[in-house]
Design a protein around this ligand. Structure first.
Ligand code: HEC
Ligand code: HEC
Length: 686
């Protein structure tokens, strides 16, 4: 073993110093000045400073120079913005694809590029242009980043391709890659470097990785929001980020708890689940059904639906947690609420910090009076703290701006009269979709407009235009507004008198599925996107659409469509020729006896968009049977990354789809095991 401890920063920094007058580094890793020095360099001086934060975010504070680094996904650029903040694009480094996260090191930055999957090492020295000095290729859709305490290993999550890789920054090599559950996103390394945890966007699974030298991954089902559970473990979505206490004893997982109880909590509620890393159990105890009769001030409103506000909001102090960072000096956790344009400061010592808001900073401003969306700082997506933890910078992804918040030394003390939630704010780019598409982008992420959403935005179920991996429950029930069809998270969210479990409705992936014409909806019930959106606005809430003029629905739908069609970024293509097995599967797919292509028509996105009667099967446990048996032929594009399958999610894998098909969807019974495997292998490439 070579001696470790600060080698990456020290070696890269010293090599950069040596190369200062050398020609500008090229993008070819082999020719970069860093690569040539990585093997040697014996005694290394300690670096001046270490990373302020070892977990990535879409924004970071440079360690040298008064600048911020922003991963501008829409423009495929890394930006360096000067402090104090001023409007303007800042200095730009054009990248080969959209960046997701950045970590600032001493004189350097690490950046993930989603497609092609890359980790870039970028020089970030004041007075010198941003420049790539090294790169490592990792599995596509590279997203989350976390650095080991010795700053030698960086862990990278690859969301669509479902991998976590360990990259040795000194050797600039991928040391290992592990297969993990769907949509790995947030990652955090234990303070002693002995392991890591990874969050997933589409389930309550948290993956624990032990031993970063010879790693193995263990998926752990971590029920969300136990305090608000109806007596059973709840699923989770939107676990974009993770944080960990200094001693490594507590892991913080801000997420969306699907089915959490609360007044009119049709969709559940935001939570911060605290996991004890000693045994990977959740700190908060789970409610039990008998507790429903409890008269405790917390339990009572959960059950009776009494009009009691939770601390900080009707259901939770924030919606759609999109980013988080621990503020060590105050033991608080800062969480960005994408849906309600706010940053909340929560007591990190609480059983569920979502129940313990200490301060709220409203970052969104200039709300459109008709559409209810912010004109500045909409959809906060990234957080960066200064070294003294007194300044927070917030990257607002839907309006392309950065806001600065002066954090109080004692956040629990009430703010002085007239104190503003945010200070400087600067816009670094205009929305490339133009004014209408920009409104659509903001509507998509916004959960506060009462017409489009009853508290959870499109992005709450269709994150990045993908899906939450969840099967929602649809049923009619009565509220003050009469009887309406609505979605809820779990059957217990329906009012008792509804006696409903709800029909299964799996969230579909939207990206690149909406450019073709209709119909839309699992039953092909909506002729075009606008009709679908109008139905959706009514379903995604408690009690049907509020009173409104029909043109208000159209106004929103018309803005959403350009964003849905042009603003969502498709998952990465497989990017290689088909193997022999996949070619065989391709032949079978279009074979006249197997018949897949009859309905999943290849030239029109693997669908003819027509509904077909499917055989009556028992609904999944916890759901009601759907009396209608006609289901629309779904497109099979981007199939591999969106399990589970069918309108009711009954097939967990593509193997399941084929094995359990009998002969009701095309003919597969006659296929040999090798041919079935070939068909599945081909489906995975779409
Ligand atoms: C509570 C979760 C949830 C929210 C919030 C939500 N959706 Fe959906 N969406 C679904 C589900 C579930 C379906 C399938 C429903 C069905 O077919 O009956 C769906 C279907 C769709 C479809 C039809 C896709 C197809 O291929 O047929 C579109 C388009 C769509 N949603 C867009 C949106 C937009 C835009 C928003 C925000 C205004 C939104 N959704 C909010 C869960 C959600
Ligand atoms: C008669 C028309 C038809 C034929 C033929 C057909 N499918 Fe389908 N397919 C459908 C319909 C309808 C659904 C949706 C059913 C549901 O959700 O309950 C579907 C769903 C699927 C899904 C799940 C997609 C998702 O998003 O959940 C896969 C995968 C699939 N089909 C693959 C195949 C393959 C492989 C073949 C050939 C062996 C085939 N299909 C033949 C109509 C057809």
């Amino acid at each position: 073993m070579q001696p470790r401890g600060w080698p990456l920063v020290a070696m890269l920094v010293s090599s950069l110093a040596a190369c200062r007058d050398a020609p500008a580094p090229t993008t070819d890793a082999g020719a970069s000045p860093v690569a040539t020095t990585s093997a040697s360099a014996a005694p290394v001086p300690a670096p001046k400073s270490r990373a302020l934060r070892r977990e990535g975010s879409s924004i970071a504070r440079s360690l040298r120079g008064a600048t911020l680094l922003v991963a501008d996904e829409t423009a495929s650029r890394l930006r360096r913005l000067a402090l104090p903040l001023v409007d303007g694009p800042g200095e730009e480094l054009a990248l080969e694809g959209p960046p997701a996260q950045v970590i600032a090191l001493d004189g350097l930055a690490l950046v993930t590029v989603r497609t092609p999957g890359l980790v870039l090492i970028v020089r970030d020295e004041p007075g010198q242009p941003l420049a790539e000095v090294g790169r490592v290729t990792v599995p596509a859709d590279a997203w989350g980043l976390a650095l080991s305490p010795d700053e030698v290993t960086v862990l990278v999550t690859s969301a669509w391709t479902q991998k976590v890789s360990g990259v040795d920054l000194v050797a600039k090599k991928v040391r290992w890659t592990l297969d993990v559950a769907r949509e790995p996103r947030g990652v955090v390394v234990r303070p002693d470097g002995s392991g890591a945890y990874v969050s997933h966007l589409t389930s309550n699974t948290i993956t624990r990785i032990d031993d970063l030298a010879t790693p193995h991954a263990k998926p752990i089902a971590v029920p969300s929001s136990p305090l608000r559970s109806p007596g059973k473990p709840l699923g989770a979505s939107l676990a974009w980020s993770l944080a960990m206490s200094d001693d490594g004893a507590r892991l913080f997982a801000p997420r969306h708890a699907l089915g959490a109880l609360g007044k009119n909590a049709w969709f559940g509620a935001a939570t911060v689940d605290v996991v004890k890393t000693s045994d990977d159990s959740v700190l908060a105890p789970q409610r039990w059904p008998g507790m429903l009769k409890s008269k405790s001030p917390l339990a009572e409103p959960l059950v009776s639906g009494a009009d009691v506000d939770f601390p900080g909001g009707k259901l939770a102090p924030f919606t759609q947690p999109r980013a988080s960072v621990l503020r060590h000096s105050t033991s608080t956790l800062l969480v960005a609420g994408e849906g309600d344009d706010r940053v909340v400061e929560l007591d990190a010592r609480a059983l569920d910090p979502a129940f313990a808001p200490v301060r709220t900073y409203k970052v969104g401003a200039g709300y459109d009076p008709a559409l209810g969306v912010a004109s500045s700082c909409a959809a906060p997506a990234g957080l960066a703290l200064s070294s003294d933890e007194r300044t927070l910078w917030v990257h607002c992804a839907a309006t392309f701006d950065v806001a600065e918040i002066a954090l109080p030394a004692a956040p629990e003390e009430p703010p002085p009269a007239g104190a503003k939630d945010i200070g400087a704010i600067a816009r670094f780019a205009a929305d490339p979709l133009g004014p209408e598409g920009s409104l659509g982008r903001r509507i998509f992420h916004n959960a506060t407009d009462t017409l489009t959403s009853g508290g959870l935005a499109c992005a709450g179920c269709h994150p990045e235009g993908r899906d939450d991996g969840y099967v929602w429950h649809e049923a009619k029930f009565s509220t003050a507004d009469g009887e309406n069809a609505n979605f809820v998270g779990v059957a217990e969210n329906f009012p008792l008198e509804a006696h409903a479990k709800g029909m299964p409705r799996r969230t579909p992936l939207l990206v690149s599925h909406l450019s073709a014409g209709g119909p839309f909806g699992w039953h092909a019930q909506n002729n075009d996107v606008t009709a679908r959106l109008a139905e959706g606005f009514g379903l995604h809430r408690w009690g049907g659409l509020p009173k409104h003029e029909p043109q208000n629905v159209t106004a929103r739908a018309l803005r959403l469509v350009p964003f849905l069609q042009k603003g969502l970024v498709p998952p990465p293509p497989i990017g290689r020729p088909l193997t022999a097995e996949e070619e065989r599967g391709k032949q079978l797919f279009s074979d006249k006896d197997v018949q897949c292509a009859n309905c999943h028509v290849v030239d029109t996105g693997y669908t003819n968009r027509a509904p077909y009667p499917m055989p009556k099967v028992a609904p999944p446990a916890g759901y009601d049977a759907d009396p209608k048996l006609d289901f629309k032929t779904p497109s099979l594009v981007h199939l591999a990354g969106r399990a589970p399958y069918f309108h009711d999610g009954r097939a967990a894998t593509l193997e399941d789809v084929i094995e359990k098909n009998e002969n009701w969807m095309g003919k597969t019974k006659q296929l040999s095991p090798a041919d079935r495997a070939a068909l599945v292998a081909f489906l995975r490439t779409l």
